[in-house]
Design a protein around this ligand. Sequence first.
Ligand SMILES: NC(=O)c1ccc[n+]([C@@H]2O[C@H](COP(=O)([O-])OP(=O)(O)OC[C@H]3O[C@@H](n4cnc5c(N)ncnc54)[C@H](O)[C@@H]3O)[C@@H](O)[C@H]2O)c1
Ligand SMILES: [Zn+2]
Ligand SMILES: [Zn+2]
Length: 345
Amino acid sequence: MKALIYRGPGSKVLEDRPKPKIKDPGDAIVKMMKTTICGTDLHILKGDVPTCKPGRILGHEGVGVVDSLGPGVTSFRQGDKVLISCISACGICEYCRRGMYSHCTTGGWILGNEIDGTQAEYVRTPHADTSLYHIPEGADEEALVMLSDILPTGFECGVLNGKVAPGSSVAIVGSGPIGLAALLTAQFYSPAQIIVVDLDDNRLGLARQFGATCTINSGDDKAAEAVKALTGGRGVDTAIEAVGVPATFQLCEDIVAPGGVIANIGVHGKKVDLHLEWLWSQNIEITTRLVDTVSTPMLLKTVEAKKIDPRRLITHRFTLDHILDAYETFGHAADTRALKVIIAA
Ligand SMILES: NC(=O)c1ccc[n+]([C@@H]2O[C@H](COP(=O)([O-])OP(=O)(O)OC[C@H]3O[C@@H](n4cnc5c(N)ncnc54)[C@H](O)[C@@H]3O)[C@@H](O)[C@H]2O)c1
Ligand SMILES: [Zn+2]
Ligand SMILES: [Zn+2]
């Protein structure tokens, strides 16, 4: 089968690999229909993710059809269409029992990282009963690819952790796929203001189409002042960090209102200064989270009921044969205006 292989920092190749086999009783082999590329795959290719070793098939998102099942799987049959979660969860370890699937002792974020992933014709998914989801009849499969990772990430790490509430004020720093997923799902709670901050005017334009009440280009270093001006000098109740660099976390520290929450989503590679010398008195909370994907069943229902339309995040389509072009397009988003690319296997 064809598969996209990580060869080490800066290097990837489309190669023939043997079709995966069932290893554990809880496994499923899924024939991929649609997959995509995540910003985190680009982090891996930069060499930022040491757990992902050369030789690994990348990808942790997608939908497909069950090809074969281990003897321990009870909830799926051959031929079932499934959504693959980016997080594998056993459902019974201490962390899974607490709903913290991201820290499952035999799972977590392993797909396309510690085990072979979804950018291939077939993938082996461990803990299939608790890591795959049935795709409802007639559902839009491309839209559901957005449910493997980015929608639960924006919602759980940003909106839920950030305690977005009716009438509240929210700033989302970063208007990439994750920031936009937070923007779409924040609107479940009817906040009064959603201010989106980025350096890319194209992405800020999309944010306005997706429901931002105001957007700020932070290129002039005056974003904190602009947010304060928009919020009567107070700052925002929820500051969602969806970039992963020191400057954007710092901006969240500058714009959080007394009693507010800084909800970090970004993957940080560098240390960030925490200004407790003034934040100590501001009654704020700071949260961090690796997505658990506990909200996936709920998000599936909202997509089915057309309360949100994650298809709007898809800008480009490729076939698996052309996945290297898909990486080029996704990796140069400022020029190509790419958000999410769909790859048909
Ligand atoms: N916590 C989790 O479980 C989890 C899961 C998935 C992704 N992530 C992380 O979420 C972050 C966002 O993901 P994405 O796919 O949307 O990334 P992305 O790179 O597509 O988007 C980031 C956006 O930030 C903007 N940006 C960059 N520097 C900026 C600055 N100084 N000021 C303002 N805006 C700036 C860029 O223009 C871009 O639009 C990444 O760090 C990713 O690794 C976290
Ligand atoms: Zn991802
Ligand atoms: Zn577990």
